[in-house]
Ligand binder design. Structure first.
Ligand code: FO1
Length: 322
């Protein structure tokens, strides 16, 4: 693989798997991951950053393979003691995972930025990929629902994504600045990959940070931007993305994800779009948006799947576009 700079936008478990595949096939120091922090919240007075942790744990090989979040080989002594005390246990924090939240919160209180802390943790976990939170400011994804505005983790974990949604907004997003290095990484990237994450609550918060979307749309050199559909045959691989589409009055489909980001030819973001072979009947519709298309098996059940898929995506992304 020729030495090219790649930037990935990611959040959640699907994003982490894609990022892991890309990290395994790309030369060291060629991949920068911009991570959603709209899921972040304070719990027990600790700042918890689920998508940063999911992506760093996955890259470090210490993620819980069943859930995709939290750590593997975890113990739950603190949670058991909290049950005895009658404390809140709706958000399950394992003992090893707790150390991450304790130490992140301690360093934040010392005035170290979230970006610096993330880099410091990656150094400790042996993660060579450059992982950057979308901003060092606090930006909170708020879910507009039939029950009123819900904080993201209240919606996602406490309420198990049940309340019908009507929209989202990213509190603090309008005044937040991209973390240092993000705009430069986007400008220098030859390839930008929008990972198969939830468009509404994992990718849109990143695009909402002032400067990120405009920089994506005005690259310095010949840059190409691709998105990968998180919807396969009308369903999300994991999480509420399809349910959100449906409740927003939009049919959950690969073509509607492509439409969500738009093609460069129609004032959108994308040069090309990757989706599952199960949705091949949408190929013309997607191509007619002005997009190069690539179909394959996009399900990543194993590490080998992640590697195979990442190779296919990079081959498509670096080949002459039709
Ligand atoms: N998701 C759940 O559905 N239930 C949990 O108890 C839970 C705990 C948890 C602890 C640490 C962490 O980093 C993530 C955790 N998540 C849990 C996932 C979290 O809700 C993320 O926001 C999702 O991964 C969506 O991105």
């Amino acid at each position: 693989m020729v030495e090219i700079k790649v930037v990935a936008l990611a959040g959640g478990v699907g994003g982490a798997k894609m990022v892991d595949g890309l990290a395994r096939i790309l030369p060291d120091h060629s991949l920068t991951v911009i991570v959603n922090t709209g899921d972040d919240f304070d719990h027990f007075g600790l700042r918890i950053c689920p998508d940063l942790d999911t992506i760093c744990y996955t890259l470090a090989g210490i993620a819980n393979p069943e859930t995709g979040w939290g750590r593997k080989e975890e113990t739950w002594k603190v949670l058991e003691a909290l049950v005895e005390l009658g404390g809140p246990t709706w958000f399950r924090i394992g003992d090893r995972d707790l150390a991450t939240h304790l130490e992140r919160t301690r360093r934040l209180a010392e005035g170290i930025t979230l970006s610096e802390i993330t880099q410091q943790f990656c150094d400790r976990w042996g993660v060579s990929t450059c992982v950057i939170p979308m901003t060092n400011a606090q930006v909170s994804t708020i879910v507009k629902s039939v029950e009123g505005d819900l904080a993201f983790q209240d919606y996602f974990v406490k309420r198990k994504c049940e309340p019908r949604v009507s929209g989202f907004y990213f509190k603090g997003g309008e005044t937040a600045e991209p973390s240092p290095g993000i705009l430069q990484a986007i400008r220098e990237a030859k390839i930008v990959i929008i990972c198969p994450s939830n468009p509404w609550v994992s990718i849109d918060p990143i695009l909402a940070i002032p400067g990120i979307k405009t920089t994506l749309m005005t690259p310095l050199g010949l840059q190409r931007v691709f998105a990968i559909s998180p919807i396969i045959a009308g369903a999300a691989v994991k999480g509420p993305a399809a349910k959100m589409y449906f409740e927003m009055g939009i049919e959950p489909s690969a073509v509607n994800v492509a439409q969500h980001y738009g093609s460069k030819r129609n004032q959108g973001l994308l040069d090309g779009f990757v989706f599952d072979s199960l949705d091949q009947d949408q190929t013309d519709e997607i191509a007619n948006l002005g997009l190069a298309t690539f179909k394959t098996n996009t399900l990543m059940k194993s590490v080998d799947d992640r590697i195979r898929f990442a190779r296919e995506v990079m081959d498509f992304a670096t080949a002459p576009l039709d």
